[in-house]
Design a protein. Structure first.
Length: 330
């Protein structure tokens, strides 16, 4: 099976300069007590010999909570991306379509995000250990993290067909032609396998680098925040660190998602390259960089909430159900 990372936790408390360490095959915990500094810092120490991984399950659970709570906001953002309209116009469109259609198209993102985040966390953990085995743990931690995250993000691109179908179901001009997830997959079959992967290039350009930024900065950002004695305090810390990091990353890669959404609106016909589509969208929006970012405000707020929920739920699930498997928690 897949394997679990161990945690190494450094806990600094005011007082003496003593240090205590506890080690076994899967976990190492260091208590380093230095005078005048009092916050808990956590750093990951992924062991290539650790046992089966809960990351796949926790990632899927975090995605489920996030999608159900944020789907209407995501739908409004999608409308802004493909039509180049402001938020109030997108909300009016959704209001006119009624509450019955508000969660129309929920199936693909739910399947996509549950599977994607399961792979995001699970494959990152898996690749991390494989790289460490391959180089006998001789590489520094950061390059290993970046390589593992990029590989995990690239692997996730096999799920492009779900994003493909989601784009068709959320486009109001395609509502009569594509009515639900199963029917949409069936309808696309006549165009051939390649049609399911329309928009693959921006997805590849987005997934690997964004994963690398997220996993490279996830722990440093969390360790900036204090570690509270109460569970609610630590949940808030996990939410804030995930929210800030997720919103910044999502904003950085927003134009890629705009081009991807436009590419995936089409079903059948000519395949245009990412570059050609980008230039066309840029020209259609009067060569305005600002207009490429239509919807970015709502996207930023959505990402704050989404990645806060994802990060906090992931940690809650891991600590609640897998604490004895792979962690010693403060």
């Amino acid at each position: 099976g897949h394997e679990t990372p161990a945690l190494a936790m450094l806990i600094y408390l005011p007082g003496s300069g003593s240090e205590m360490s506890i080690n076994n095959k899967s976990t190492s915990v260091h208590f380093n007590v230095t005078e005048g500094y009092s916050s808990t810092q956590i750093r990951s120490n992924v062991s290539p010999d650790s046992k089966s991984s809960p990351e796949f399950i926790c990632g899927a659970g975090a995605a489920f909570a996030n999608i159900v709570l944020t789907f209407p906001v995501n739908k409004a953002i999608f409308r802004q991306q493909i039509h180049g309209i402001n938020l109030s116009s997108a909300v009016k469109q959704l209001q006119l379509e009624g509450i019955r259609n508000l969660y129309r198209g929920l199936g693909p993102p739910l399947l996509l995000k549950c599977t994607t985040l399961s792979l995001t966390f699970g494959l990152y953990d898996f690749y991390n250990k494989q790289i460490q085995r391959w180089n006998n743990e001789s590489l520094p931690i950061l390059p290993v993290k970046l390589m593992a995250a990029t590989l995990a993000g690239t692997t996730e691109a096999i799920l492009t067909p779900f994003e493909r179908v989601q784009a068709l179901l959320q486009d109001r001009h395609q509502q009569r032609k594509y009515t639900n997830t199963v029917q949409s997959f069936s309808q696309l079959k006549r165009f051939g396998l390649r049609e399911y992967y329309r928009g693959l290039t921006p997805i590849l350009l987005r997934n690997g680098p964004s994963n690398a930024v997220y996993f490279g900065l996830r722990e440093p950002v969390r360790n900036i925040l204090p570690n509270y004695e109460s569970s609610l305090g630590n949940i808030a810390g996990d939410f804030i660190s995930g929210a800030v990091l997720g919103a910044i990353i999502s904003t950085m890669y927003y134009p890629l998602n705009v081009v991807k959404s436009v590419m995936q609106r089409q079903a059948g016909g000519e395949f245009t390259s990412f570059y050609t589509t980008f230039i066309r969208v840029f020209n259609e929006r009067n060569r305005s960089v600002k207009k490429l970012y239509y919807g970015v405000q709502a996207n930023f707020m959505r990402s704050l909430i989404s990645w806060g929920i994802i990060n906090a739920t992931y940690e809650i699930l891991k600590k609640s159900f897998f604490q004895n498997d792979n962690t010693l928690l403060s």
